[in-house]
Design a binder for this molecule. Structure first.
Ligand SMILES: Nc1nc2c(ncn2[C@@H]2O[C@H](COP(=O)(O)OP(=O)(O)OP(=O)(O)O)[C@@H](O)[C@H]2O)c(=O)[nH]1
Ligand SMILES: [Mg+2]
Length: 645
């Protein structure tokens, strides 16, 4: 088996084991909110997948390629444009296909394989045949209402949490290109750009790569040339590879280029599975899988995923676990030990004084959160208006480019307009990200200043319980760095999550973004041209109107999606904010309880408790060390493989 992720799986298991142990220690220490956080990390790790997105123009063999990886004909493929919706394929013990709709209020639905096979691009209707035209537009509307199809299959390729995304073919000016570039590829671990050996690197493919795909991490792009079987000699294969290498070098620096035949690889795997494959002229001649190019490609892909992407995936849980260990060591262990060994005068009384303060903190936290929400809501209209205006500028530029090139062929016009708008759309996406992130960060930071200061003060008061008692004031533990007055400490996780949200499907917003703004466009084009035929417009006028309608339609859709997205952000911020406050409160309450309990302890119990704390301390330090070591090893391995690749 060439596709294996053993190295990653081992490391993943190790991290999970450590997290489980950490969870248990936290339970022993009664740190409930921390242990819940660990459980959530474990849950997130369970849901985390390696995503491979397959993209390219029409009929490059994307769906066949995926079928070949899976070793089964799961996705429909044919010589005419076929795939119209996004499909995700992942492991499921029983085969299932679930349709998710754009309209979030519409529940997703299980469908049969037969029904799924019908979700392909409909045949162009017979001109003048009303029924055929009606059926066509009905089918079109239905396809457009679908966000994506989620296919589950008991397939070994996906067993270790690999998800594959099949995308519809796109050409110049297809709005789906933007969605692929800005939402699907950033959230994928690898992107496979499929080309055809016999139509290698069209102008539109080059512009897709240069102006759109490259906005992403260049490392994750694999260029796969399909239809190797259509090349007659080994010499031809070398020629095509050399041509691609030469032309891609400038764009990709060190391009990963592979040559495969998806059709023969699929056949080889079906035959190996015991299927009798009969063609028109009798039994098919089956290729050796090695010769299809799949063995090599799968090996490199698996190594890339498990070494490089694997390190990225485990980084966050490791960092969070280490941070949590540090906090517990300081707030529970060191604190606990000190509480056992230092006598504090009038402790009961002093501790009681904290409780009303905690109540006040709770209230002011809630109050601030309300303000944050209110202000974020106010921003929606401002941001949406800004976004709409930016989109209008892109439309204007697109239409002006059309006019400048009106005399050229349709193909050339498309390519010119695409070249004009692609960089603008790209830049807008980046600015939009910045704007969203900054707006949230600034608001949370400004409005939370008081809450943060109050917390820091509380922490200092807690420390003062000792400094008043102990003769040597330097013994006082300094207030944890993260709680320096004024620093936006309590909510630092929100800022971190914000930064990562754009590249992580499991992150801040949850499973929200995929396919959100995806358009079934080529059908739109056909539909519009039928409309034009009825009204007898000339070709260019028709194209102009079609283009303008597309721009305007997309603009409306995008602004609506943007508002939706903003609402999602507000909800996510609210949840995180609430969590941050709850966690801090429970830590504090825990510390106070520890103090009170100590006053009732006999000397023998004090000794026993000290020993328990010391054992827990040793275990926690061990977890931290092991996780850090693993992290270092993974990074070294990833660098080594990266350097070889
Ligand atoms: N000879 C040959 N035919 C192939 C190969 N890969 C795919 N095909 C055929 O090419 C046609 C298009 O394949 P699809 O898998 O539907 O291509 P696609 O990129 O998914 O197409 P869209 O979804 O329409 O964008 C089908 O008839 C496939 O059987 C190959 O390696 N060799
Ligand atoms: Mg397809």
């Amino acid at each position: 088996m060439s596709f294996a992720l053993d190295y990653f799986n081992q490391n993943r298991k190790l991290v999970l084991t450590k997290l489980n142990t950490l969870g248990k220690i936290l339970d022993e220490l009664n740190c409930n909110s921390d242990s819940q956080k660990v459980r959530r990390l474990i849950e997130q790790m369970d849901q985390e997948q390696f995503r491979i997105a397959v993209v390219g123009e029409f009929s490059r063999g994307k769906s066949t390629f995926i079928n070949a990886l899976l070793g089964k004909r799961i996705l429909p493929s044919s010589a005419i444009p076929t795939t119209t919706i996004l499909n995700t394929i992942s492991y499921h013990p029983v085969p299932s296909i679930q349709i998710h709709y754009r309209d979030e209020t519409k529940p997703s639905r299980m469908i049969t394989e037969e029904d799924f096979a019908k979700l392909v691009a409909p045949m162009v209707p017979e001109q003048g045949n009303e029924q055929s035209e009606r059926e066509y537009s009905e089918q079109y509307r239905y396809l457009q209402s679908i966000k994506f199809a989620e296919i589950g299959y008991p397939i070994s390729f996906c067993k270790d949490g690999v998800q594959i995304i099949d995308t519809p073919g796109t050409n110049d000016l297809d709005p789906a290109r933007e969605e692929i570039t800005n939402n699907i590829i950033p959230k994928s671990d690898a992107a496979i750009l499929l080309l055809s050996a016999t139509k290698i690197l069209s102008e539109s493919e080059v512009s897709f790569l240069r102006d759109r795909l490259l906005a992403n991490d260049i490392q994750k792009i694999f260029v796969v040339i399909n239809y190797k079987d259509n090349l007659k000699t080994q010499e031809d294969v070398q020629k095509v590879l050399a041509y691609a290498g030469e032309h891609l070098q400038d764009i990709l620096k060190e391009p990963k280029i592979f040559m495969v035949t998806a059709k023969e690889a699929l056949n080889a795997r079906r035959a190996a599975d015991g299927e009798q494959l009969i063609g028109r002229r009798g039994p098919l001649k089956i290729w050796d899988l090695k010769d299809t190019g799949f063995t090599e490609l799968e090996q490199v892909l698996a190594d890339f995923l498990q070494f490089e992407r694997g390190a990225v995936k485990l980084k966050k849980p490791i960092q969070q676990a280490v941070k949590m260990v540090d906090q517990v060591l300081e707030k529970q262990i060191t604190f606990g030990k000190r509480a056992l060994t230092t006598q504090i005068q009038d402790l009961q009384l002093k501790v009681q004084e904290f409780y009303p303060k905690i109540q006040r903190m709770k209230l002011s936290g809630k109050e601030t959160l309300r303000k944050v929400e209110l202000e974020l809501k106010k921003e929606e209209n401002v941001l949406a208006a800004w976004y709409d205006e930016q989109l209008q500028q892109i439309t204007q530029n697109g239409m002006a480019t059309f006019e400048r090139h009106r005399a050229l062929s349709k193909q050339e016009i498309s390519s010119n307009v695409e070249n004009a708008i692609a960089p603008m759309e790209r830049a807008l996406h980046e600015t939009k990200k910045q704007k969203i992130t900054n707006t949230i960060k600034n608001l949370v930071m400004t409005l939370s200043k008081n809450v943060n200061e109050e917390w820091a003060q509380m922490d200092r008061d807690l420390q003062r319980l000792w400094t008043d008692e102990e003769s040597n004031p330097t013994l006082a533990i300094s207030v944890s760095n993260s709680l320096d007055a004024g620093a936006p400490s309590l909510f630092s996780e929100i800022y971190q999550d914000l930064d990562e949200a754009w590249a992580n499907e499991e992150g801040f917003l949850g499973k929200l973004a995929i396919g959100a703004g995806y358009a079934v466009t080529f059908i739109v084009n056909v539909a519009v041209s039928i409309f034009s035929m009825l009204f007898g417009e000339d070709e260019k006028t028709k194209m102009r109107r079609q283009l303008e309608e597309q721009f305007n339609g997309k603009r409306r859709e995008k602004v609506t999606a943007f508002r939706q997205e903003w609402k999602g952000w507000i909800k996510a911020v609210q949840r995180k904010y609430d969590e941050a406050i709850a966690q801090h409160l429970s830590q504090l309450e825990n510390q106070l309880t520890t103090l009170l309990q100590n006053t009732r302890l006999e000397q023998t119990d004090v000794q026993k408790n000290l020993e328990i704390l010391e054992r827990q301390e040793a275990r926690l330090k061990m977890i931290k060390e092991e996780l850090q070591l693993l992290f270092v090893n993974m990074n070294q391995k990833s660098e080594k493989v990266g350097a070889q690749g």
